[in-house]
Design a protein around this ligand. Structure first.
Ligand code: 5GP
Ligand code: MN
Length: 341
């Protein structure tokens, strides 16, 4: 961890703080933002969380959710002023400012002291204080460690513990992925001791399905899953019309790509979703197969080795065709890895 003295100085006395996170925040993004916000409020600071887009309703239970500002063109000037006048801007769960669209330049231009906490692979080094560890399972794990290093562990109350627990639970795939280290379990044990209610958090996140979402999942699994056994690859391609048909809401497609990866002998899974303004992609892989390399090289994206994403301005059909044309180049890697399963 970088020397804490400059951060401590930046946080001395009540400060105006803006916290932001990546586009379409997930549980780690929102959990780290609201976990830190609630902690900093307790320290006597003035805190505003601003997300670059909306996020799934299954995250609305987190303490402070009703005070979150969601960026849009209508509030752009208000957000610019907030960021410009802040003493400190905290950017969580991302490291490249382009991940927050218009807000990226506002953060870059702000004279505020900048704090970046993240576990993704592409650091941009725009911050004054960086807590960046790609071996960390979640940004929430790093936030816990930062609060502890600042000597404030006892300020973590059940609400903060729930926020941090949520991010670690989801970013480890419910403690299943390779990033579920001994340290993860130790941090989780501490969070439970500090009041995190693990069954409540899991239920809030996973048991809020709408019927539309479940029917969409059923439809996708029965009609839309394509498997290429030769290349140990499986994918979904979802059209804008299909999203509309099932009245798809933010978060409704989350997790679908994991079903493609769960097919026996599959090493690489993808989901293409036609979001009209762009085709959004999610990639998942097992073992050494570099999903992030495919995302970065061919689809304007990036991420972790086993969980990555990207976007394309081409049509859904053209994007899928490109994907299918790329896969044979990775045959050896896909084959070699399949032997390890
Ligand atoms: P998801 O499939 O859950 O949306 O994203 C999985 C991971 O891929 C994220 O944690 C993030 O690291 C990465 N990711 C997703 N979309 C993008 C993107 O458009 N650009 C970059 N650089 N990374 C992405
Ligand atoms: Mn994360």
């Amino acid at each position: 961890m970088q020397d804490l003295e400059s951060l401590k100085a930046a946080l001395s006395g009540p400060k105006k703080i803006v916290i932001t996170t990546h586009f379409k925040p997930d549980a780690d993004a929102l959990g780290s933002s609201l976990g830190m916000a609630n902690y900093l409020l307790k320290k006597g600071h003035q805190v505003q969380v601003v997300t670059p887009s909306d996020y799934p309703t299954f995250l609305y239970w987190m303490k402070g959710n009703e005070d979150v500002m969601v960026y849009s063109k209508e509030v752009a000037e208000e957000v610019r002023t907030l960021i410009n006048e802040a003493d400190l801007v905290m950017t969580l769960d991302f490291s490249t400012l382009s991940r927050i669209d218009d807000m990226g330049e506002m953060v870059r231009d702000s004279p505020a002291y900048k704090v970046n906490i993240d576990h993704h692979l592409e650091p941009e080094n725009f911050a004054d204080f960086t807590l960046w560890d790609t071996k960390a399972a979640a940004t929430c794990e790093l936030c816990f460690e930062l609060i502890e290093a600042l000597g404030d562990k006892e300020l973590i109350d059940p609400d903060i513990a729930d926020c941090l627990y949520a991010g670690i639970m989801t970013d480890t795939g419910n403690f299943r992925h390779g990033n579920t280290t001994q340290n993860v379990h130790e941090v989780i044990a501490e969070l439970i001791q500090l009041g995190a209610d693990n069954t409540k958090v899991a239920s809030k996140i996973y048991d809020g399905n709408s019927l539309n979402r479940l029917r969409f999942m059923g439809y996708a699994l029965s009609e839309k899953l394509t498997v290429i056994p030769e290349y140990h690859t499986a994918f979904f391609a979802i059209t804008a019309e299909e999203l509309e048909r099932f009245d798809s809401q933010t978060g409704d497609t989350e997790g679908l790509v994991n079903y493609a990866l769960s097919v026996k002998d599959i090493v690489f899974a993808a989901m293409f979703t036609d979001r009209k303004q762009a085709v959004k992609m999610s990639f998942r892989s097992v073992g050494e197969f570099p999903a992030n390399e495919i995302a970065a090289k061919f689809f304007n994206g990036g991420g972790h080795r086993n969980a990555a994403g990207g976007k394309s301005d081409e049509t859904l059909e053209a994007t899928v065709a490109k994907f299918i044309s790329i896969i044979p180049d990775y045959k050896d890697l896909l084959d070699k890895e399949s032997l390890k399963i």
